[in-house]
Design a protein. Sequence first.
Length: 392
Amino acid sequence: MTDFLVRKFIKNYQNVQDAQVRTQYGILASIVGICCNILLFCVKLAIGLFSHSISVMADAFNNLSDAASSIIGFVGVKMAEKPADEEHPFGHGRIEYISAFIVAFLVIQVGFSLFKTSIGKIREPEPMSFHGITIVILLISIGVKLWMGLFNSSLGRRIDSKVMMATAADSLGDVTTTAATIVSLLVFGIWGANLDGIIGLIVSVVVMFAGYNIAKDTLAPLIGEAIDPEVYKKISRFVESYDGIIGSHDLIVHNYGPSRSMASIHAEVPSDVDIEASHEVIDRIERDAMKKMNLFLVIHMDPIEVNNEQVNYYRNMVEEIIGNLDSRLSLHDFRVVMGKRNRNLIFDLVVPREYEPSAKDSLKQKIREMVKERDNTCHCIITIENSYCAEE
């Protein structure tokens, strides 16, 4: 069904890097979500009123909030596709995150309202009625929600959309809440025990928790999150695949919405190569990054000595030392400044973010001491920094 809908309603559906194609995916997901959730809301509300079940009605309003979420998502996707202008040179892609954040608050508000209603039902239970058709319809509802979760998950993976993945998780959470509602009705039908208020309370907590997760997932790119390790490797390998580039570091990626990213990176080039030749390579990489990866890439060129045996000897010595101290450490921008009696080994050291300031100072001192043990003419000048990549 998912493949049928995608092929039927999305032109060039395989070109997921294209902004317009991604927008069509978002619109398709929103329309499907609106239709399915409104249908489920109407059916469950009717069942809830008929059976006097607050847990069923809580589940119904949860579906209504999901429908509202899809509507807001639809508006957000349409607004996010607006092209760049003078005031927003990087486009309007982040509106998609903002709309998802609004959805999160809406979901939490619905959950809180249901929470208060359920508390009232626990204090003053109302009579319930049990009908087998209610169970059948709710089971069908579980099937619909399960399909919606798989549908959004599939689309989310295709276009790498956190919003769709969050929607998929919300749908799968709804499967749990509806299952809890069925349990409430079965317990009443078999044993006559009215657990409606308690089940409604559980459903409301699940709804609020789903809203919290959506908020957390969509707030992260707005604040600025660490680079996914796979994205980090992909961009680094792309840059380093060109002749004339011997390494890279200090990759930073700024997210301006799904498929709208800007990045900067330091590319290491041999210092003995003509600077204009290296600059031409850098320019070509930047152009190709836009064409092949839809990535606005800015590259800083770092000349590195590669044919100086003495520099290579000291670099290898320091790399061996830091590798023995912590395999997660790495260095770059290594230089050797020769004095009359001493040698200054100057480099940047990348450490995990868990290192406290005192640990960083201790690490510097330890490296200096170990280098001195190898060669007492050497003095290390170390700049410690953190990577912008998320740790695996």
